[in-house]
Write a protein that binds this ligand. Structure first.
Ligand SMILES: NC(=O)c1ccc[n+]([C@@H]2O[C@H](COP(=O)([O-])OP(=O)(O)OC[C@H]3O[C@@H](n4cnc5c(N)ncnc54)[C@H](OP(=O)(O)O)[C@@H]3O)[C@@H](O)[C@H]2O)c1
Length: 278
């Protein structure tokens, strides 16, 4: 039995599928078990029932957004229940200075959650993904409802964005495979892609002639804030773009080495989510 926190999220749902496809049994934590609609056979549990849900568990996935301030308590309960392994997700930038991690401005605490797991005294594995390809939907879907042009800053900024299924497959492998114990595994997509190169790849997947048009960073930042993004987050994001604009994006080969097949390209992600842009 494996216990998955953050189970209804971007990583949680494909992680459940990956575990089920390996024949594993899954309990899944959600604040709303009644509406979670997990696959057949998956036990949905509320955070309040976590103590009993940890009984008989062979591996616990600690999701940083779901566990966050409760991580110390969660790992303590896991230790009391005799859980033999914790797998935590953080992020590829988790060792960077904290003010260089824009997601902190939205409340994420990847560094603290990962640290709590590593310091728990239980066997652990940390999976550190690069930016999710899924972010492009949040960034660009609104604009693409009105035309074929994405206007944004720093079109030349490159990232090796990762498919959420690759993140999920790696976490599943970490839960199921003890040879990875004690490792901090940085995972990325297969190749660096600039923001302006990603847009036509999405266009290819959805049959539209999409293009990226660069706009000045200050103008773009004002628009993001007007659209409801936190100002501190937007400024931290712009600072990251500026800082890393001329640096090559990090690409690792861990997906291929550990999972024995290449990381999914961005074009695959775009095809898998072609229906989401409508
Ligand atoms: N986006 C990226 O590019 C990227 C890259 C690397 C690392 N990360 C890190 O990955 C994490 C986000 O992962 P994700 O996209 O899988 O998360 P997510 O889908 O936003 O959230 C996962 C689940 O956590 C629960 N949850 C959300 N907010 C919560 C809260 N405030 N308190 C308690 N439970 C909450 C929700 O489940 P219920 O409502 O069912 O309880 C949600 O479905 C962050 O820590 C982020 O920094 C993100």
């Amino acid at each position: 039995m494996y216990l998955v926190t953050g189970a209804t999220g971007i990583i949680g749902r494909p992680l459940i599928e990956a575990l089920l496809s390996e024949g594993a049994e899954v309990r899944a934590v959600t604040r709303d078990p009644a509406t979670a609609a997990f696959p057949a056979g998956v036990e949905a549990v509320a955070p309040e029932s976590i103590r009993s849900a940890l009984r008989g568990v062979r591996g616990l996935f600690v999701h940083p957004r779901a566990a966050k301030d409760d991580t110390d308590k969660l790992v303590q309960l896991a230790a009391e229940a005799g859980v033999p392994k914790l797998v935590v997700m953080s992020a590829i930038n988790v060792d960077d200075p904290l003010d260089h991690q824009p997601s902190r401005r939205n409340g994420d605490r990847n560094a603290e959650v990962e640290r709590a797991v590593i310091d728990s005294g239980l066997p652990w594995i940390a999976v550190r993904p690069s930016s999710f390809a899924m972010n492009t939907l949040a960034m660009w879907r609104g604009q693409l409802a009105f035309g074929d042009t994405v206007r944004g800053p720093y079109g030349g900024f490159t990232e090796a964005v990762i498919h959420e299924r690759d993140v999920a497959d790696m976490i599943a492998r970490a839960l199921l495979d003890d040879s990875l114990l004690g490792r901090k595994i940085a995972i990325t997509g297969p190749e660096p892609l600039s923001l302006e190169a990603m847009v036509p790849i999405i266009g290819e997947a959805i049959g539209r002639p999409l293009r990226f048009q660069e706009v000045p960073a200050e103008l773009a930042a004002q628009g993001m804030i007007r659209n409801g993004l936190d100002e501190g987050f937007v400024q931290a994001l712009m600072a990251r773009y500026r800082r890393e604009l001329d640096q090559p994006a990090t690409v690792t080969t861990e997906i291929e080495t550990i999972l024995g097949r290449p990381a999914r390209p961005f074009a695959t992600w775009a095809a898998d989510h072609a229906g989401a842009w409508a």
